[in-house]
Design a binder for this molecule. Sequence first.
Ligand code: ATP
Ligand code: MG
Length: 316
Amino acid sequence: MGDDVGGTCGRERKGRGMIAVVGSANMDVVTEVVRMPHPGETVAGRALRHYPGGKGANQAVAAARVGGSVSFYGKVGRDAYGERLLDAMRADGVDVAGVEIAPDAATGTASIWVEDTGENAIACVPGANGAVDRAYVDRVLARIAGARVLLLQLEIPLETIGYLLDRLPRERPLVVLDPAPARDISRLRLSRIDVLTPNETELHSLTGISDTARAARSLLADGVRTVVCKAGERGAFCFGVATYHVPPFHVQVVDTTAAGDAFNGALAVALADRPLEQAIRFANAAGALATTKPGAQPSLPWRAEVEGLLALEKRA
Ligand SMILES: Nc1ncnc2c1ncn2[C@@H]1O[C@H](COP(=O)(O)OP(=O)(O)OP(=O)(O)O)[C@@H](O)[C@H]1O
Ligand SMILES: [Mg+2]
């Protein structure tokens, strides 16, 4: 599989362009405060806001907005947050028919405190995301296996990701894995990861190697087919059959939240119809655009915006 990542990405599949995301959905509950309370102290908050999030859901929405036909697989709790998360994905055209309600867990949450200074503190409760288990994979595997691209992150149990990679049939989707948050992936079947998309911090913590190129090469030696390192304002670096830099798009940065999710969703979509280097360019454009607006899902760009930025660079 790996060698054709640089080409057309190989096999014709039914449901061309279909992307399966197996991952997390969280409600981000943001409390705005003048300053953080000390332990035992009460402070007045300015506002409480709810934002749909979770890397899985964000990347599913990111892929749908740039034109992918996307199915999201994961779990939410039987509660209002769960319903709101599914509604948010549906509003972006993401198919959530494969999502299950975890009977004994609440919808995943990230409780975020934001000070006027911009300083924040976050507590994540995985809840239903932690219940995405082997039995669930068994129930949805046939549908996932028929996708063109399978997009994964590490906000569901690592054990489940390992099982899913093992269970994929030989005639499988192209696998793109965002190793975020960084966890020890050495026990996964790395040869089943066609494109690994760490940022530089993750790359270093995955390998214990501080030099980016050396760290990427050690993952390749361990079996990963291609490493695409997201490098923020420097664009991206590709290590695989070929090694090259894909330059960034210059934009007015407002908030970099979810740039990585925009990049991954766009990469998954673009891999279905263009060579890897061009797919990374498309993903760079999506990532750059996500930095021009505040927030996570609200900042994820639509296809026309990405194509507009690509066309602009071509003319320049
Ligand atoms: N300041 C920027 N200017 C231009 N492009 C950017 C900028 N920041 C991010 N991007 C684009 O978005 C991509 C993903 O951003 P980044 O490298 O920050 O990923 P990340 O660290 O995984 O982000 P996240 O924290 O959202 O997961 C980059 O590879 C780049 O193409
Ligand atoms: Mg990231």
